[in-house]
Design a protein around this ligand. Structure first.
Ligand code: PLP
Length: 443
Protein backbone atom coordinates (compact mmCIF):
# COMPACT_ATOMS: atom_id res chain seq x y z
CA UNK A 1 0.00 0.00 0.00
CA UNK A 2 1.40 3.45 -0.86
CA UNK A 3 2.13 5.83 1.97
CA UNK A 4 -0.77 8.10 0.95
CA UNK A 5 -3.20 5.14 0.92
CA UNK A 6 -1.95 3.91 4.29
CA UNK A 7 -2.35 7.34 5.85
CA UNK A 8 -5.85 7.70 4.36
CA UNK A 9 -6.87 4.30 5.75
CA UNK A 10 -5.61 5.31 9.22
CA UNK A 11 -7.58 8.59 9.24
CA UNK A 12 -11.27 7.91 8.53
CA UNK A 13 -12.53 10.61 10.91
CA UNK A 14 -10.36 13.29 9.32
CA UNK A 15 -11.72 12.15 5.95
CA UNK A 16 -15.33 12.33 7.18
CA UNK A 17 -14.75 15.84 8.55
CA UNK A 18 -13.13 16.92 5.30
CA UNK A 19 -16.03 15.57 3.24
CA UNK A 20 -18.48 17.41 5.48
CA UNK A 21 -16.47 20.64 5.22
CA UNK A 22 -16.21 20.38 1.44
CA UNK A 23 -19.98 20.56 1.17
CA UNK A 24 -20.00 24.08 2.64
CA UNK A 25 -16.39 25.33 2.40
CA UNK A 26 -14.88 25.44 -1.11
CA UNK A 27 -11.95 23.02 -1.14
CA UNK A 28 -12.74 22.08 2.45
CA UNK A 29 -9.92 24.12 3.98
CA UNK A 30 -9.88 27.57 5.55
CA UNK A 31 -6.26 28.58 4.79
CA UNK A 32 -4.55 27.63 1.52
CA UNK A 33 -1.45 26.43 3.38
CA UNK A 34 -3.50 23.61 4.94
CA UNK A 35 -4.01 21.90 1.58
CA UNK A 36 -2.81 18.30 1.83
CA UNK A 37 -3.07 15.13 -0.22
CA UNK A 38 -5.04 12.92 -0.05
CA UNK A 39 -6.96 15.16 2.41
CA UNK A 40 -6.09 17.36 5.39
CA UNK A 41 -5.83 16.08 8.93
CA UNK A 42 -8.20 17.54 11.56
CA UNK A 43 -7.22 18.24 15.15
CA UNK A 44 -9.28 17.66 18.29
CA UNK A 45 -6.90 18.55 21.13
CA UNK A 46 -3.48 20.06 21.78
CA UNK A 47 -1.11 20.66 24.67
CA UNK A 48 2.52 21.79 24.83
CA UNK A 49 4.38 20.54 21.75
CA UNK A 50 1.82 17.85 20.89
CA UNK A 51 -1.63 17.61 19.40
CA UNK A 52 -4.16 14.85 18.82
CA UNK A 53 -5.84 14.31 15.49
CA UNK A 54 -9.46 13.31 14.94
CA UNK A 55 -8.46 9.65 14.72
CA UNK A 56 -6.66 9.74 18.06
CA UNK A 57 -3.03 9.90 16.86
CA UNK A 58 -0.59 11.78 19.04
CA UNK A 59 1.56 14.13 16.93
CA UNK A 60 4.57 16.32 17.60
CA UNK A 61 3.39 19.68 16.24
CA UNK A 62 5.60 21.96 14.18
CA UNK A 63 2.72 24.08 12.82
CA UNK A 64 2.50 25.83 16.19
CA UNK A 65 -0.36 28.11 15.26
CA UNK A 66 1.42 29.16 12.03
CA UNK A 67 4.21 30.47 14.25
CA UNK A 68 2.03 32.16 16.88
CA UNK A 69 2.63 29.66 19.68
CA UNK A 70 6.15 30.34 20.94
CA UNK A 71 5.19 28.87 24.33
CA UNK A 72 3.55 25.78 22.80
CA UNK A 73 -0.16 24.94 22.80
CA UNK A 74 -2.35 26.22 25.64
CA UNK A 75 0.31 27.78 27.90
CA UNK A 76 -1.12 28.38 31.39
CA UNK A 77 -0.36 32.13 31.65
CA UNK A 78 -2.13 32.86 28.36
CA UNK A 79 -5.11 30.59 29.03
CA UNK A 80 -5.57 32.09 32.52
CA UNK A 81 -5.34 35.64 31.18
CA UNK A 82 -7.99 34.79 28.59
CA UNK A 83 -10.28 33.40 31.27
CA UNK A 84 -9.94 36.53 33.39
CA UNK A 85 -10.55 38.83 30.43
CA UNK A 86 -13.61 36.87 29.28
CA UNK A 87 -15.15 37.31 32.72
CA UNK A 88 -14.94 41.08 32.18
CA UNK A 89 -16.30 41.79 28.69
CA UNK A 90 -15.90 40.30 25.23
CA UNK A 91 -15.97 43.65 23.50
CA UNK A 92 -15.69 47.01 25.19
CA UNK A 93 -16.95 49.09 22.29
CA UNK A 94 -14.79 51.69 24.03
CA UNK A 95 -11.23 52.19 25.12
CA UNK A 96 -10.03 49.75 27.76
CA UNK A 97 -7.00 49.34 30.00
CA UNK A 98 -5.55 46.27 28.30
CA UNK A 99 -4.94 48.06 24.98
CA UNK A 100 -2.57 50.57 26.57
CA UNK A 101 -0.85 47.81 28.58
CA UNK A 102 -0.38 45.80 25.40
CA UNK A 103 1.02 48.77 23.46
CA UNK A 104 3.38 49.68 26.32
CA UNK A 105 4.91 46.21 26.24
CA UNK A 106 5.47 46.34 22.48
CA UNK A 107 7.09 49.78 22.72
CA UNK A 108 9.34 48.55 25.52
CA UNK A 109 10.48 45.48 23.58
CA UNK A 110 10.83 46.53 19.93
CA UNK A 111 13.72 48.98 19.45
CA UNK A 112 12.27 51.11 16.63
CA UNK A 113 8.73 51.33 18.01
CA UNK A 114 7.53 54.41 19.94
CA UNK A 115 3.84 54.04 19.16
CA UNK A 116 1.43 51.29 18.11
CA UNK A 117 -1.94 50.77 16.40
CA UNK A 118 -3.67 47.40 16.61
CA UNK A 119 -5.24 45.36 13.82
CA UNK A 120 -6.97 41.98 13.61
CA UNK A 121 -4.28 40.20 11.58
CA UNK A 122 -0.85 40.43 9.98
CA UNK A 123 -2.48 41.14 6.63
CA UNK A 124 -4.22 44.18 8.09
CA UNK A 125 -0.96 45.29 9.73
CA UNK A 126 0.96 45.32 6.42
CA UNK A 127 -1.98 46.99 4.66
CA UNK A 128 -2.01 49.69 7.33
CA UNK A 129 1.78 50.09 7.12
CA UNK A 130 1.56 50.90 3.42
CA UNK A 131 -1.32 53.33 3.95
CA UNK A 132 0.60 55.07 6.74
CA UNK A 133 3.71 55.26 4.55
CA UNK A 134 1.68 56.68 1.67
CA UNK A 135 -0.11 59.12 3.95
CA UNK A 136 3.08 60.27 5.64
CA UNK A 137 5.17 60.70 2.48
CA UNK A 138 2.40 61.80 0.14
CA UNK A 139 3.74 59.28 -2.41
CA UNK A 140 1.95 56.29 -3.97
CA UNK A 141 4.58 53.78 -5.12
CA UNK A 142 5.85 50.94 -2.95
CA UNK A 143 8.71 48.55 -3.54
CA UNK A 144 8.47 44.95 -2.41
CA UNK A 145 10.78 41.98 -2.81
CA UNK A 146 9.83 38.99 -4.92
CA UNK A 147 8.53 36.06 -2.92
CA UNK A 148 8.24 37.93 0.38
CA UNK A 149 4.93 37.22 2.07
CA UNK A 150 2.92 40.04 3.60
CA UNK A 151 -0.55 38.47 3.75
CA UNK A 152 -3.23 38.64 1.08
CA UNK A 153 -4.41 42.23 0.51
CA UNK A 154 -4.02 43.48 -3.07
CA UNK A 155 -0.52 44.97 -2.80
CA UNK A 156 0.74 42.02 -0.76
CA UNK A 157 -0.54 39.55 -3.35
CA UNK A 158 1.43 41.10 -6.22
CA UNK A 159 4.83 39.44 -6.58
CA UNK A 160 4.39 37.08 -3.64
CA UNK A 161 4.52 33.90 -5.75
CA UNK A 162 6.37 33.03 -8.93
CA UNK A 163 6.10 33.99 -11.72
CA UNK A 164 6.45 37.35 -10.00
CA UNK A 165 5.27 39.38 -12.98
CA UNK A 166 2.15 37.29 -13.60
CA UNK A 167 -1.37 38.57 -13.16
CA UNK A 168 -2.75 37.53 -9.76
CA UNK A 169 -6.36 36.29 -9.98
CA UNK A 170 -8.67 38.64 -8.13
CA UNK A 171 -6.17 41.50 -7.96
CA UNK A 172 -6.31 44.44 -10.40
CA UNK A 173 -3.15 44.27 -12.51
CA UNK A 174 -3.24 48.05 -12.89
CA UNK A 175 -1.97 48.17 -9.31
CA UNK A 176 1.47 47.28 -10.69
CA UNK A 177 1.75 50.93 -11.69
CA UNK A 178 2.36 51.67 -8.01
CA UNK A 179 3.99 48.40 -6.89
CA UNK A 180 7.52 47.49 -7.98
CA UNK A 181 8.58 43.87 -7.40
CA UNK A 182 12.35 43.47 -7.23
CA UNK A 183 14.82 40.69 -6.38
CA UNK A 184 16.65 40.82 -3.01
CA UNK A 185 19.49 42.83 -4.43
CA UNK A 186 20.80 46.28 -3.45
CA UNK A 187 21.26 47.34 -7.08
CA UNK A 188 17.69 46.43 -8.00
CA UNK A 189 16.30 48.25 -4.97
CA UNK A 190 18.40 51.32 -5.69
CA UNK A 191 17.11 51.38 -9.26
CA UNK A 192 13.50 51.06 -8.08
CA UNK A 193 14.00 53.97 -5.67
CA UNK A 194 15.61 56.18 -8.30
CA UNK A 195 12.25 57.51 -9.51
CA UNK A 196 12.04 59.52 -6.27
CA UNK A 197 8.34 58.75 -5.73
CA UNK A 198 8.50 55.67 -3.51
CA UNK A 199 6.58 55.80 -0.24
CA UNK A 200 8.00 52.60 1.24
CA UNK A 201 10.09 49.51 0.78
CA UNK A 202 8.45 46.58 2.56
CA UNK A 203 10.24 43.31 3.21
CA UNK A 204 10.53 40.31 5.47
CA UNK A 205 13.86 41.03 7.18
CA UNK A 206 14.43 37.28 7.50
CA UNK A 207 14.14 36.93 3.72
CA UNK A 208 11.13 35.43 1.92
CA UNK A 209 8.86 33.14 3.96
CA UNK A 210 10.69 33.49 7.27
CA UNK A 211 14.11 32.82 5.81
CA UNK A 212 13.46 30.36 2.99
CA UNK A 213 15.44 32.81 0.88
CA UNK A 214 17.74 34.35 3.50
CA UNK A 215 18.72 38.04 3.47
CA UNK A 216 22.04 39.20 4.90
CA UNK A 217 22.27 41.85 7.60
CA UNK A 218 24.57 43.73 5.21
CA UNK A 219 21.79 43.90 2.64
CA UNK A 220 19.35 45.11 5.31
CA UNK A 221 21.81 47.84 6.29
CA UNK A 222 22.26 48.81 2.64
CA UNK A 223 18.49 49.02 2.13
CA UNK A 224 18.25 51.15 5.25
CA UNK A 225 20.71 53.64 3.74
CA UNK A 226 19.07 53.58 0.33
CA UNK A 227 15.58 54.23 1.68
CA UNK A 228 16.76 57.07 3.92
CA UNK A 229 18.54 58.69 0.99
CA UNK A 230 15.43 58.33 -1.19
CA UNK A 231 13.05 59.71 1.46
CA UNK A 232 11.15 56.39 1.45
CA UNK A 233 10.09 54.58 4.61
CA UNK A 234 11.50 51.16 5.41
CA UNK A 235 8.93 48.66 6.66
CA UNK A 236 10.06 45.46 8.33
CA UNK A 237 7.37 42.81 8.27
CA UNK A 238 8.14 41.07 11.56
CA UNK A 239 4.88 39.11 11.67
CA UNK A 240 6.93 35.94 12.15
CA UNK A 241 10.34 37.17 13.33
CA UNK A 242 8.86 39.60 15.87
CA UNK A 243 9.51 38.41 19.44
CA UNK A 244 10.89 35.11 18.02
CA UNK A 245 14.32 36.08 16.67
CA UNK A 246 14.77 37.96 19.97
CA UNK A 247 12.42 39.81 22.37
CA UNK A 248 12.88 42.82 20.08
CA UNK A 249 12.57 40.82 16.86
CA UNK A 250 15.05 40.55 14.03
CA UNK A 251 15.75 44.29 14.06
CA UNK A 252 17.28 43.91 17.50
CA UNK A 253 19.56 41.08 16.31
CA UNK A 254 20.55 42.81 13.06
CA UNK A 255 20.95 46.27 14.60
CA UNK A 256 19.11 47.75 11.61
CA UNK A 257 16.05 49.78 12.53
CA UNK A 258 13.09 50.27 10.19
CA UNK A 259 10.67 53.20 10.23
CA UNK A 260 7.64 50.92 10.59
CA UNK A 261 7.28 47.37 11.91
CA UNK A 262 4.37 45.03 11.33
CA UNK A 263 3.59 42.36 13.91
CA UNK A 264 1.06 39.56 14.39
CA UNK A 265 1.08 35.94 15.60
CA UNK A 266 3.21 35.95 18.80
CA UNK A 267 2.20 39.52 19.60
CA UNK A 268 -1.39 38.35 20.13
CA UNK A 269 -0.49 35.26 22.13
CA UNK A 270 -2.20 32.84 19.74
CA UNK A 271 -5.38 34.88 19.42
CA UNK A 272 -6.32 36.86 16.27
CA UNK A 273 -4.49 40.16 16.23
CA UNK A 274 -1.76 42.28 14.76
CA UNK A 275 -0.03 45.58 15.25
CA UNK A 276 1.75 48.33 13.39
CA UNK A 277 4.47 50.13 15.28
CA UNK A 278 6.92 52.85 14.41
CA UNK A 279 8.45 56.21 15.06
CA UNK A 280 6.07 58.59 16.86
CA UNK A 281 6.31 61.24 14.15
CA UNK A 282 5.17 58.80 11.45
CA UNK A 283 2.53 57.00 13.51
CA UNK A 284 1.00 60.38 14.33
CA UNK A 285 -0.80 60.31 10.94
CA UNK A 286 -3.13 57.76 12.56
CA UNK A 287 -4.22 60.17 15.28
CA UNK A 288 -7.51 62.00 14.86
CA UNK A 289 -6.51 65.64 14.68
CA UNK A 290 -9.49 67.95 14.87
CA UNK A 291 -7.20 70.85 14.03
CA UNK A 292 -6.33 69.34 10.64
CA UNK A 293 -3.29 67.59 9.16
CA UNK A 294 -2.97 64.35 7.28
CA UNK A 295 -5.10 61.60 8.79
CA UNK A 296 -4.88 57.97 7.64
CA UNK A 297 -8.17 56.32 8.49
CA UNK A 298 -8.11 53.31 10.74
CA UNK A 299 -11.40 51.78 11.84
CA UNK A 300 -11.67 48.03 12.66
CA UNK A 301 -14.29 46.41 14.90
CA UNK A 302 -11.82 44.11 16.57
CA UNK A 303 -8.76 46.38 16.82
CA UNK A 304 -7.16 45.67 20.23
CA UNK A 305 -9.82 43.09 21.02
CA UNK A 306 -9.77 42.58 24.81
CA UNK A 307 -9.14 38.82 24.56
CA UNK A 308 -6.31 39.29 22.07
CA UNK A 309 -4.88 42.03 24.27
CA UNK A 310 -5.04 39.79 27.35
CA UNK A 311 -3.35 36.90 25.54
CA UNK A 312 -0.79 39.22 23.97
CA UNK A 313 0.18 40.79 27.29
CA UNK A 314 0.62 37.39 28.92
CA UNK A 315 2.68 36.17 25.97
CA UNK A 316 4.91 39.24 25.83
CA UNK A 317 5.54 39.05 29.57
CA UNK A 318 6.59 35.43 29.17
CA UNK A 319 9.02 36.10 26.31
CA UNK A 320 10.44 39.45 27.45
CA UNK A 321 13.71 38.21 28.94
CA UNK A 322 14.76 36.03 26.01
CA UNK A 323 14.91 32.72 27.90
CA UNK A 324 11.99 31.24 25.95
CA UNK A 325 13.61 32.19 22.64
CA UNK A 326 16.94 30.67 23.73
CA UNK A 327 15.30 27.38 24.61
CA UNK A 328 13.32 27.21 21.34
CA UNK A 329 16.42 28.20 19.31
CA UNK A 330 18.46 25.50 21.01
CA UNK A 331 15.88 22.83 20.21
CA UNK A 332 15.60 24.04 16.61
CA UNK A 333 19.37 24.03 16.10
CA UNK A 334 19.51 20.51 17.40
CA UNK A 335 16.62 19.43 15.17
CA UNK A 336 18.25 20.95 12.07
CA UNK A 337 21.48 19.07 12.80
CA UNK A 338 19.64 15.78 13.39
CA UNK A 339 17.66 16.10 10.15
CA UNK A 340 20.84 16.94 8.20
CA UNK A 341 22.49 13.85 9.69
CA UNK A 342 19.56 11.73 8.49
CA UNK A 343 19.97 13.05 4.94
CA UNK A 344 23.64 12.22 5.07
CA UNK A 345 23.08 8.71 6.49
CA UNK A 346 20.39 7.81 3.97
CA UNK A 347 22.17 9.46 1.03
CA UNK A 348 18.90 11.10 -0.09
CA UNK A 349 19.70 14.46 -1.72
CA UNK A 350 18.38 17.41 0.25
CA UNK A 351 19.22 20.05 2.75
CA UNK A 352 17.89 21.55 5.95
CA UNK A 353 18.12 25.21 6.82
CA UNK A 354 16.52 27.91 8.89
CA UNK A 355 17.31 30.35 11.64
CA UNK A 356 16.13 31.11 15.14
CA UNK A 357 13.47 28.58 16.16
CA UNK A 358 12.46 27.63 12.60
CA UNK A 359 13.54 24.96 10.14
CA UNK A 360 12.76 23.84 6.60
CA UNK A 361 13.57 20.70 4.72
CA UNK A 362 14.19 20.46 0.97
CA UNK A 363 14.17 16.86 -0.18
CA UNK A 364 15.35 16.11 -3.70
CA UNK A 365 17.57 19.19 -4.14
CA UNK A 366 21.25 18.78 -3.25
CA UNK A 367 22.63 21.37 -0.81
CA UNK A 368 23.67 24.36 -2.92
CA UNK A 369 27.19 25.79 -2.77
CA UNK A 370 27.95 29.22 -1.39
CA UNK A 371 26.31 31.47 1.14
CA UNK A 372 22.60 30.85 1.87
CA UNK A 373 21.93 34.52 1.05
CA UNK A 374 23.11 33.80 -2.50
CA UNK A 375 21.21 30.55 -2.98
CA UNK A 376 18.32 32.34 -4.69
CA UNK A 377 20.69 33.18 -7.54
CA UNK A 378 21.32 29.49 -8.31
CA UNK A 379 18.20 27.68 -7.10
CA UNK A 380 15.67 30.48 -7.57
CA UNK A 381 13.37 32.10 -5.03
CA UNK A 382 10.39 29.91 -5.86
CA UNK A 383 12.23 26.59 -5.59
CA UNK A 384 13.79 27.69 -2.30
CA UNK A 385 10.42 28.76 -0.93
CA UNK A 386 8.70 25.51 -1.78
CA UNK A 387 11.68 23.30 -1.00
CA UNK A 388 10.39 19.95 -2.13
CA UNK A 389 8.55 18.92 -5.32
CA UNK A 390 4.80 18.43 -4.63
CA UNK A 391 4.74 14.66 -5.16
CA UNK A 392 7.61 14.16 -2.70
CA UNK A 393 6.19 16.72 -0.33
CA UNK A 394 2.77 15.05 0.01
CA UNK A 395 4.30 11.59 0.46
CA UNK A 396 6.75 12.91 3.06
CA UNK A 397 4.00 14.75 4.92
CA UNK A 398 1.82 11.60 5.07
CA UNK A 399 4.73 9.41 6.11
CA UNK A 400 5.78 11.81 8.88
CA UNK A 401 2.18 11.86 10.15
CA UNK A 402 2.13 8.06 10.22
CA UNK A 403 5.29 8.30 12.32
CA UNK A 404 3.66 10.81 14.72
CA UNK A 405 5.04 14.13 13.44
CA UNK A 406 3.16 17.03 11.84
CA UNK A 407 5.49 19.10 9.68
CA UNK A 408 4.11 22.48 8.62
CA UNK A 409 4.40 21.94 4.86
CA UNK A 410 7.97 20.63 5.08
CA UNK A 411 9.05 23.26 7.56
CA UNK A 412 8.18 24.28 11.04
CA UNK A 413 8.30 26.37 14.15
CA UNK A 414 9.61 25.23 17.50
CA UNK A 415 8.45 26.47 20.85
CA UNK A 416 9.82 26.43 24.36
CA UNK A 417 7.58 23.38 24.95
CA UNK A 418 9.46 21.16 22.48
CA UNK A 419 11.58 18.53 24.19
CA UNK A 420 14.57 16.35 23.47
CA UNK A 421 12.17 13.41 23.07
CA UNK A 422 10.28 15.36 20.36
CA UNK A 423 13.52 15.91 18.45
CA UNK A 424 14.42 12.22 18.71
CA UNK A 425 10.98 11.19 17.51
CA UNK A 426 11.21 13.61 14.59
CA UNK A 427 14.66 12.45 13.49
CA UNK A 428 13.58 8.79 13.65
CA UNK A 429 10.40 9.60 11.75
CA UNK A 430 12.39 11.43 9.08
CA UNK A 431 14.81 8.55 8.61
CA UNK A 432 12.03 5.95 8.40
CA UNK A 433 10.12 8.21 6.00
CA UNK A 434 13.03 8.77 3.63
CA UNK A 435 13.75 5.02 3.53
CA UNK A 436 10.10 4.32 2.82
CA UNK A 437 9.85 6.99 0.13
CA UNK A 438 12.92 5.54 -1.50
CA UNK A 439 11.47 2.03 -1.41
CA UNK A 440 8.31 3.43 -3.07
CA UNK A 441 10.40 5.14 -5.73
CA UNK A 442 9.29 8.62 -4.66
CA UNK A 443 12.84 9.89 -3.93
N1 PLP B 1 3.47 38.77 6.99
C1 PLP B 1 4.17 37.65 7.19
C2 PLP B 1 5.66 37.70 7.18
C3 PLP B 1 3.51 36.44 7.44
O1 PLP B 1 4.21 35.33 7.61
C4 PLP B 1 2.11 36.44 7.49
C5 PLP B 1 1.37 35.19 7.75
O2 PLP B 1 1.90 34.12 7.81
C6 PLP B 1 1.42 37.64 7.25
C7 PLP B 1 2.13 38.79 7.01
C8 PLP B 1 -0.07 37.67 7.26
O3 PLP B 1 -0.53 37.49 8.55
P1 PLP B 1 -2.04 36.99 8.80
O4 PLP B 1 -2.08 35.56 8.37
O5 PLP B 1 -2.23 37.18 10.29
O6 PLP B 1 -2.93 37.85 8.01
Amino acid sequence: MSVLDEWAAANPRSLALHERARRVIPGGITHDVRYAEPFPMAITAASGSHKTDADGHDLVCYAMGHGALLLGHNPAPVVEALGRAAQGFLHAGSSHELEAEWAERICALVPSVDAVHFTSSGTEATMLALQVARGFTGRDRVVRIEGHFHGWHDTAAIGAEAPFDARVPGVPDVLRQVVAVVPPDAGAIEAALATGDVAAVILEPTGASFGAVPLSCDLLAAIRELTTAAGALLVFDEVISGFRWSPGGLQQVAGVLPDLTTMAKIVAGGMPGGALGGAAEIMEVLAVRPGGGVKVKHPGTHNAHPLSAAAGIAMLDAVADGAVQSRADEMAGWLRRELEAVLERTGVPGFVHGESSTFRVAVGTPRPDGEPTDWWRTIGTDALKHGTAPVVHHALQASMLLEGVHLFQGRGFLSSAHTEADIDRTATAFERSLLRLRSEGVV
